[in-house]
Write a protein that binds this ligand. Structure first.
Ligand code: NAG
Ligand code: NAG
Ligand code: NAG
Length: 380
């Protein structure tokens, strides 16, 4: 990967400014806010383990196997990381518990919020049909289905708290939307017809419009405080780098940057369409790209090789946790001592260390969250 030293200096400066604050994000900082709950929508970046509870004949996008979860939960929970996903850390940063999986039958209390996110999901039906064709059967819960689930949760909250108290809770809660990467990876880049029908510009605007529609649907149900998570550089995942001679797959990154470039206008459009709402968007791309290129900030030395997995760069999809016919592990796993050097836990998902840094930037930072940070949003 080519180094861009000017860019690198900028990134390192940003890291120094906001870095010290990021470390203890999960302990919270005790600032005053009145956010009672977090409702989370999206894909594997925020999935707390929903896919293991749904009929999934294709057995795709599961992370409920050892060694997932080893760093924090001491067991696999279905989260695509060695520990918590960033929305868990956000919740803890606000003094709430880690997020609960909506699909888990044990999840019955919604008064602290609930997490609907489903690994592999996207905004479009075509993303899902493409996945179903590849993996053979129903796999994921997409954003429109997650919205339906939220409406059920709302009616249960009204049932248990009463109309007025439920409305106050929904009004003060945070709504996280972290979606779109799979529409790019599985919906667009793997479907050549799609690429002929939609230019990158039009397709990324469709993703932006889908997020606009999601926020409007939530707003209509009483939601007011939104966090829209920008796209990561998905061309630099171990899966993509492993397939691309050790370099980032630029077409995927270009689509992600295009989505991110349209977030400021989306934020303004939403603020106009939703009076009384507060919308922030994040940009994890710059932070991650800087680390992938520099490979050294924060002790990260492993840019695009995963800690856990099989194949080049440990990038085989589903390699982490794979067993042979006798039940013996066939995957590589980095030592616990070296885990802190890795950005990627598996073929596409970050280590908890990265998730912590990311969340710290979102709550307290300035560079990667606009137009203001989540600590400000929480107090709005
Ligand atoms: C590929 O894209 C086309 C055009 O949008 C769509 O009609 C088709 O269903 C997609 N294929 C799959 C397998 O999803
Ligand atoms: C996105 O939404 C805007 C506003 O509704 C609309 O004018 C535009 O045609 C949409 N673009 C696409 C590609 O769907
Ligand atoms: C971000 O958070 C910090 C700490 O809470 C706060 O002092 C600062 O003003 C915030 N910055 C922005 C741009 O909102």
């Amino acid at each position: 990967m080519k180094k861009d030293s000017g860019f690198l200096v900028t990134v390192l400066t940003l890291l120094l400014v906001s870095g010290a604050q990021a470390k203890d994000v999960s302990e919270g900082r005790g600032f005053e806010h009145d956010v009672p709950a977090i409702f989370s929508f999206g894909d594997s970046t925020t999935d707390p383990g929903n896919n293991q509870f749904i009929a999934n004949p294709g057995a795709a996008f599961l992370a409920n196997i050892t060694p997932y979860g080893q760093s924090f939960f001491d067991r696999p929970t279905g989260r695509f990381s060695d520990g918590r996903v960033w929305v868990d850390l956000l919740a803890q940063g606000l003094g709430l518990p880690v997020t609960a999986a909506y699909q888990n039958p044990a999840t019955r209390d919604y008064t602290k919020g609930v997490n609907f996110a489903s690994g592999g999901s996207g905004n479009f039906e075509t993303t899902k049909t493409n996945l179903e064709a590849i993996f053979g059967g129903r796999t994921v819960t997409n954003i429109l289905e997650q919205l339906e689930q939220f409406r059920l949760v709302k009616s249960k909250l009204i049932g248990c708290l009463g109309q007025k108290q439920a409305e106050v809770l929904l009004d003060r809660s945070l709504y996280v939307i972290s979606s779109g990467a799979n529409d790019i990876a599985w919906g667009y880049l793997l479907n050549t017809t799609m690429q002929q029908v939609y230019s990158p510009d039009v397709y990324t605007t469709r993703i932006i419009n889908a997020t606009y529609d999601t926020v409007l649907a939530l707003y209509a149900e009483g939601a007011r405080k939104f966090i829209i998570n920008g796209q990561n550089p998905i061309g630099c995942t171990p899966a993509n780098v492993g397939r691309n001679d050790g370099t980032c797959f630029e077409p995927a990154n270009a689509l992600c940057r295009l989505v991110n470039s349209k977030l400021p206008a989306l934020q303004q459009r939403l603020s106009r369409s939703c009076p009384g709402s507060f919308v922030v968007y994040t940009d994890n791309y710059k932070f991650l790209e800087g680390i992938v290129k520099s490979g050294s900030a924060y002790g990260f030395t492993k840019g695009s090789v995963a800690c856990c997995g099989t194949g080049p760069y440990n990038g085989d999809v589903g390699g982490c946790g794979a067993l042979d016919a006798n039940g013996a592990p066939v995957y590589n796993l980095c030592s616990k001592e070296s885990l802190g050097e890795y950005l990627y836990w598996d073929y596409a998902h970050f280590t908890e260390k990265v998730n912590k840094l990311q969340t710290g930037f979102y709550i307290y930072g300035r560079q990667f969250v606009k137009p203001f940070n989540v600590s400000t949003l929480a107090r709005s």
